[in-house]
Design a protein around this ligand. Structure first.
Ligand code: FAD
Length: 490
């Protein structure tokens, strides 16, 4: 099918909205008739909601999945164009991400994992353009610079962070970590600036802003420390886990497996193109109301609406105060992600940084299309570029990295996306310690699950989404299916 989301530009056809995706669900609706009161309603068909709906339905629970978009996958989806998958959102996965790998293995997909990088082509270098000028280095020199710089950034305890965050999935285990809770990326750089060369500082800022999608001042240092811990306190391992391995079939091919397994149970109903506007859990049965006036009821609700749009749903009783505050503050990730198809096949081994004077910060060759062109992907932060509004500016930002013949652009504007208003979660300084626990709290029959507040080391990743959906579905199953120990009937 063709999603109404995303954009594509080519020199001959210009800018067009809408992209083909196997994640589009057609027809968009499957409702059974005899379901007055469902077991569980899941709001959102991202990886959290897909996992929750799959696990609930395979456990025999009558499940309804409601999604505002025309497709599955939420912030993770791929568009196949001329035989090549472009990842609009979540892309890279790794076997060190336990929930992701478990699913890949369950679905027999380990042969789908492919390398993004290939250093066997002629333009095998890294271009580094900063305030001090433009240089080309080998990828080994690139790694050496970034590794040295990021280690300085994370070495908060003389032990590369291992003492302060020994467990990424339990980041506050050592209370010493709390001294960093209000620190921004800029604050941390200030602490170590006496020991940073200008190259190192540019490397830290470019890399950390690639990770946070925000600014030096609004991005929490703590989120980065946890990523670092999850990447085993090592720059190369961190890179491997966040930007090197992806799926040949595209993420929508993976997401489909969850959805199809849920459908095969016969227990799943679904409604796409349907936005939930109200949730009433003031009585024992939860009532859900949609923008087009439909009403549904269930014993439990799993709400997977992300942080930055949570305040768009009206809850009765209202969201607890901390949830309301966090949803009003929002997280800072306004990442810009743009794919470019580059004519020269020899660019396949290139990567580069342009910082701070370009709207895009990092670019890298990410694949080779069937037509033999190079696929490069570019990242910017803080919504500095609205590619759908200004293609010329986007092309200029791409060409600022290196001379490139651009044959196609493909992108999704996440900053303007009404169901996300941003990319993966990145908290403001102070937010994690103040709000994370409260964001995870259930309110009566309503459970809140999302990668944005997943409890694992890979919060903000696809892995966190799958973890969060798994946990929510287990809680619901235990409450609805397991013989109650204190109901006296057994
Ligand atoms: P979402 O995917 O946001 O799902 C929530 C769903 O709820 C959405 O489908 C939304 O449409 C729906 N919804 C919202 N409000 C309503 C409503 N009122 N009514 C009905 N439906 C509603 N992760 C990685 O692991 N690796 C990566 O390389 C990576 N790169 C990324 C790059 C980008 C540009 C982006 C945006 C994200 C990236 N991520 C990556 C993060 C990853 O995509 C997310 O963490 C994950 O997909 C979140 O899943 P989720 O189900 O928790 O939330």
């Amino acid at each position: 099918g063709v999603s109404r989301e995303g954009f594509q530009w080519t020199p001959s056809s210009g800018l067009k909205s809408g992209l083909p995706s196997i994640g589009v669900v057609e027809p968009p609706k499957k409702l059974r008739t005899s379901e007055d009161i469902l077991d569980v309603i899941v709001i959102g068909a991202g990886y959290t909601g897909l996992t929750a709906a799959r696990d609930a339905s395979t456990n025999g629970l009558k499940t309804l999945l409601i999604e505002g978009r025309d497709r599955i996958g939420g912030r993770t989806w791929s568009s196949n164009i001329e035989g090549y998958p472009y990842e609009m959102g979540g892309t890279w996965i790794h076997w060190f991400q336990p929930h992701v790998y478990r699913e890949l293995s369950r679905y027999g997909m380990k042969d789908e994992i492919v390398h993004s990088t290939d250093f066997n082509y002629r333009h095998n270098f890294f271009s580094f353009e900063t305030a001090s000028g433009r240089r080309e280095m080998s990828h080994e020199e690139e790694d050496e610079l970034f590794s040295r710089a990021i280690e300085k950034f994370c070495n908060v305890d003389g032990n590369l962070g291992k003492t302060v965050i020994p467990f990424p999935f339990n980041a506050h285990w050592n209370k010493d970590v709390l001294q960093f809770s209000n620190l921004s990326v800029a604050d941390r750089i200030a602490q170590i600036s006496h020991d940073l060369s200008s190259d190192e500082q540019h490397a830290i800022e470019a890399f950390v802003l690639l990770c946070s999608g925000g600014t030096r001042d609004n991005s929490a240092f703590l989120d980065f420390l946890r990523w670092w811990a999850a990447g085993n306190y090592n720059y190369k391992t961190l890179l491997d886990t966040i930007i090197i391995f992806k799926l040949k079939c595209g993420q929508s091919g993976f997401a489909r497996k969850f959805f199809d397994e849920a459908i095969a149970t016969g227990n799943l109903s679904y409604l796409f193109n349907t936005t939930v506007t109200q949730v009433d859990s003031s009585k024992t049965i939860v009532q859900v109301r949609t923008a087009d006036g439909q009403r549904f009821q269930a014993k439990r609700l799993i709400c997977t609406v992300p942080l930055n749009v949570l305040s768009k749903v009206e809850f009765d009783p209202p969201l607890n105060r901390a949830k309301q505050e966090a949803a009003a503050l929002k997280h800072v990730n306004q990442c810009v992600k743009v794919h470019a198809e580059i004519k020269d096949p020899e660019m396949r081994s290139w990567s580069g940084v342009t910082y701070p004077d370009n709207e895009l910060v990092i670019g890298l060759a990410d694949g080779r299309t069937p037509a033999g062109t190079t696929h490069c992907v570019f990242f910017g932060c803080n919504a500095k570029l609205q590619a759908d509004e200004d293609v010329e500016k986007t092309l200029k930002a791409v060409k600022a990295f290196a001379p490139m013949d651009v044959e196609r652009l493909v992108f999704h504007n996440w900053a303007k996306d009404e169901f996300a208003e941003g990319a993966w979660v990145w908290y403001r300084p102070g937010m994690e310690v103040k709000y994370l626990e409260a964001l995870r709290e259930r309110q009566g029959p309503v459970l809140f699950a999302n990668s944005d507040w997943a409890s694992g080391g890979w919060r903000s990743f696809i892995d966190g989404a799958i973890q969060s959906g798994t946990e929510a579905a287990m809680t619901v199953r235990d409450e609805l299916k397991a013989p109650s120990r204190n109901d006296g009937s057994r």
